[in-house]
Design a protein around this ligand. Structure first.
Ligand SMILES: Cc1cc2nc3c(=O)[nH]c(=O)nc-3n(C[C@H](O)[C@H](O)[C@H](O)COP(=O)(O)OP(=O)(O)OC[C@H]3O[C@@H](n4cnc5c(N)ncnc54)[C@H](O)[C@@H]3O)c2cc1C
Length: 390
């Protein structure tokens, strides 16, 4: 590891590897530091992404794909199902392989990659940042012109640089997930279970990874986790729906369900991915947003290095570009999320009743919208606001 790099990227998830790759593609010297011993492990993700989103950032390698999703099923508390044909092909990935590949692609462009490299502090003086790390258990200091904080939802790097990252409980989805084997699942359908009893303020997902294996998990809005933990909710759901399943893995993690941080940059530092709360607030999906942010940030950072200007003013181009693109979409999804929080279990039943009898390709957002408004006319203004722009 050298003493100095133009750009130091902290965290080798999709955001960090993508930022590193695009910065190196413009000739910057880049190092990617990952605290864990293996990139992509542990997997704290249901691994779902659409083909359309993925293709924008990377050529798809078939070995990443566990299964292809063509349909979605939505289950009400009483067991009614609405089946919806997916507008775009979806995938359930093998995140471990996927994350490995993203780092590998970056390294092919000259990015130096180090695992077991934990950054625990930083200090900015004279337009340079010193990063303090433990690398394979040893203390080390390196210097950067720009730091890209891609250190996930529990990010400390942005906080060290003085950026406010605190989340209110109601703005976090507390998630738990098990990979279950020996279960009966449709290998091409992603299922969602909606009920205040299963996952208050969130939903349960069953994402197949093959014929008899699936990621089964749930997110509970943080304001409800004082009563029971997300893992307890998941235990109940699994016992009810998959009592004989074999539990291959159990993980937990938080997902921010707000719009992104108000400050994404400061002098010599940019924040990307979960660390910047750049997650779709409606679905909790963050892989493609992390890559979108990583790409913009990497390009803007390398350009700033070329110009010899790493000031907040120069780096702000990343924030402006993000606001115009994915940031704008996330604001709409956030309104939709707020609206879904007003729905009750009875609403889900009545919406399902209104859509019964339609074939999967006939169920559209407009039909769901009509069913909701018919059921609860008082919601029309909220629903119109939420759907505006879709
Ligand atoms: C249960 C669950 C299910 C999910 N399901 C989906 C889904 O189906 N689809 C989807 O799109 N999204 C999903 N998400 C969200 C998705 O996983 C994240 O949005 C995505 O991984 C964000 O990428 P990232 O690179 O920003 O952060 P991460 O993938 O979290 O990567 C951050 C990296 O930084 C490293 N790091 C942290 N601190 C340091 C440090 N100080 N020094 C060095 N390295 C450090 C970490 O070890 C980690 O490798 C899910 C999340 C959870 C919790």
């Amino acid at each position: 590891m050298r003493q100095h790099y133009d750009i130091v990227v902290v965290g080798a998830g999709p955001a960090g590897s993508t930022a590193a790759r695009f910065a190196a593609s413009l000739g910057a010297s880049v190092v990617l530091l990952e605290r864990d011993r293996e990139i992509g492990v542990p997997v704290r993700c249901a691994e779902g992404i659409s083909d359309l989103e993925l293709r924008q950032y990377v050529d798809i390698d078939p070995c990443w794909i566990a299964t292809t999703i063509t349909d979605f099923g939505f289950f009400t508390p009483s067991g009614k199902m609405i089946q919806l044909q997916s507008r775009a092909i979806g995938y359930i990935l093998h995140r471990r392989l996927f994350d490995h590949s993203l780092a590998e692609i970056a390294s092919e462009l000259g990015v130096e990659v180090f695992t077991k490299a934990y950054v625990y502090n930083l200090k900015r003086t004279n337009n340079k940042t010193t990063l303090y790390l433990k690398y394979i258990g040893r203390e080390k200091e390196i210097e950067a012109d720009i730091v890209i904080a891609a250190d996930g939802v529990e990010s400390r790097i942005a906080r060290f640089a003085g950026i406010q990252t605190k989340l209110a409980m109601r703005d976090i989805e507390s998630c738990a997930q098990m990979m279950l084997a020996n279960i009966d699942v449709n290998p091409n359908r992603g299922d969602f279970y909606l009920s205040h009893n299963w996952a208050p303020g969130g939903y349960v997902w069953v994402f197949p990874k093959g014929n008899n294996v699936a990621n089964v998990g749930l997110g509970v809005n943080g304001k409800y986790t004082g009563e029971r933990s997300s893992l307890e909710y998941l235990e109940s759901f699994v016992s009810e729906k998959f009592p004989t399943a074999t539990r291959l893995t159990t993980t937990a993690g938080g997902v921010p369900i707000v719009t992104h941080l108000s400050e994404l940059v400061t002098d010599g530092l940019m924040v990307v991915g979960d660390a910047a709360h750049q997650v779709n607030p409606l679905t909790g999906g963050g892989i493609s947003s992390a890559m979108a942010a990583g790409k913009i940030a990497g390009l803007v950072a390398a350009d700033a290095i070329k110009k010899g200007d790493t000031s907040v003013k120069q780096l702000k181009r990343y924030q402006t570009e993000w606001n115009k693109t994915a940031g704008k979409k996330h604001k709409r999804f956030h309104r939709l999320k707020e609206w879904t929080l007003t729905l009750t279990d009875d609403d889900y039943e009545e919406i399902a009743d209104a859509l019964q009898g339609l074939s999967p390709d006939e169920v559209t957002l407009t039909k769901i919208f009509k069913a909701v408004v018919k059921n609860k006319p008082s919601l029309i203004v909220d629903v119109l606001k939420a759907f505006a722009g879709f």
